[in-house]
Design a protein around this ligand. Structure first.
Ligand SMILES: NC(=O)c1ccc[n+]([C@@H]2O[C@H](COP(=O)([O-])OP(=O)(O)OC[C@H]3O[C@@H](n4cnc5c(N)ncnc54)[C@H](OP(=O)(O)O)[C@@H]3O)[C@@H](O)[C@H]2O)c1
Length: 334
């Protein structure tokens, strides 16, 4: 089968090679998925650059790709609730990625059935970013009617975070690039701020929650609009000690991340606020809930551009260049 392989970290250019490798064998808890489409994420670029190796240390050669849509071709002996021929999607397990390939062996507990109305390309927009949003919102544990600010909600993360936050009954304020304003308002955002024209920190205050997608340069200002006792969940800031414990990392990494994230913990403690970091992990049960939200509300998924597997490096460059109008997707097989 064809697969996109990374042979070592590279800071400067994308050197992913597409080559033939054997179709993977499955174990008793796995399904063999023929991959139709795969979402391409900023996370893929971070893996190439070695930027997440402290959280997940990958070995080379590595089949790239973190999320997929495909059809089940085989099931392992312990797989009871899924059957050959079903269309499924998922965020690949952290310790065994590999969605940029014609086939993948995936733990059945990481996948869910795809809502029927979504095309393969649309469905590829969902698992990783929707699960990220769900895992962030579960940490916030919000009540209906409260307010969340989602920074950079015009990107592929926002396209999922807005409808998922809406399903919790939240009032949503977001910012991002003006050309995508109508799209995010249609997704359920209650108010939109064009980040090039208006500074959100001067017009919003006292929000209950912040979902940060911009990281270090914005986090202090995001804390400034958060109410006393509010919660900020970052997807791009530094992991902290709380994250290392929650993720079950080693004692060494707990100390390391406690040190790395202490700047944000200190900012939070000044007003009894809370800082969390999320690194999205696989979760088939969470994804089933996402599928229900999607099937119930017929939420649109925004596909930006579709590339072939052979053009995987072009797809990664496109994601790195920004100006996202939704998700960049690989079409791998029919
Ligand atoms: N930790 C995790 O598990 C996890 C999971 C998913 C995503 N993430 C991270 O979340 C971030 C967003 O992901 P994504 O897929 O949504 O990226 P994306 O598709 O590239 O979208 C980013 C969006 O933010 C907008 N933006 C840029 N600068 C901004 C600013 N100063 N203020 C407001 N908006 C701004 C961009 O608009 P323009 O480009 O038009 O300026 C774009 O619409 C990435 O850094 C990704 O790594 C982390």
């Amino acid at each position: 089968m064809k697969a996109a392989i990374l042979n070592g970290y590279s800071k400067s250019e994308y050197k992913i090679i597409v080559k033939d490798i054997p179709v993977p064998e499955i174990n008793a808890n796995e399904i063999l998925v023929k991959i139709y489409t795969a979402g391409v994420n900023p996370l893929d670029n971070m893996i190439v650059k070695g930027e997440v190796k402290m959280i997940v240390p990958y070995k080379f050669p590595l089949v790239m790709g973190n999320e997929f849509v495909g059809i089940i071709e085989k099931t392992g002996a312990n797989v009871k609730k899924l059957a050959v021929g079903e269309r499924v999607y998922g965020r690949m397990p952290l310790n065994k990625i590999g969605a940029f390939a014609e086939y993948a062996a995936v733990d059945y507990r990481a996948v869910a059935k795809v809502p029927e109305y979504l095309s393969d390309e649309e469905a590829a927009c969902v698992p990783l970013t929707a699960l990220t949003a769900l895992q962030a919102l579960n940490l916030m544990n919000p009540k209906s009617g409260e307010t969340i600010f989602i920074s950079g909600g015009t990107g592929s993360l926002g396209a999922m975070a807005i409808p998922v936050a809406k399903s919790f009954g939240l009032r949503i304020i977001t910012n991002g690039s003006a050309e995508n304003a109508e799209r995010v308002l249609a997704l359920g955002a209650d108010s939109f701020i064009d980040y090039r024209k208006e500074d959100y920190a001067t017009v919003i205050s006292n929000v209950d929650y912040v979902l940060d997608t911009l990281g270090d340069r914005e986090i202090p200002r995001e804390f400034s609009i958060l109410k006393d006792g509010g919660k900020l969940v970052s997807l791009c800031g530094m992991p902290n000690g709380e994250f290392a414990v929650r993720a079950g990392l080693s004692a060494f990494k707990r100390i390391l991340f406690k040190f790395a994230g202490r700047k944000y913990d200190k900012m939070a403690s000044a007003k009894n606020q809370h800082y969390y970091f999320v690194f999205v992990h696989e979760d088939g049960t969470g994804l089933e809930r996402i599928s229900e939200i999607f099937a119930d509300k017929y939420i649109n998924a925004s596909v930006d551009e579709v590339f072939s597997l052979d053009d995987v490096n072009k797809a990664l460059n496109k994601v790195a260049a920004g100006k996202s109008k939704g998700k960049t997707v690989l079409r791998i097989s029919e």
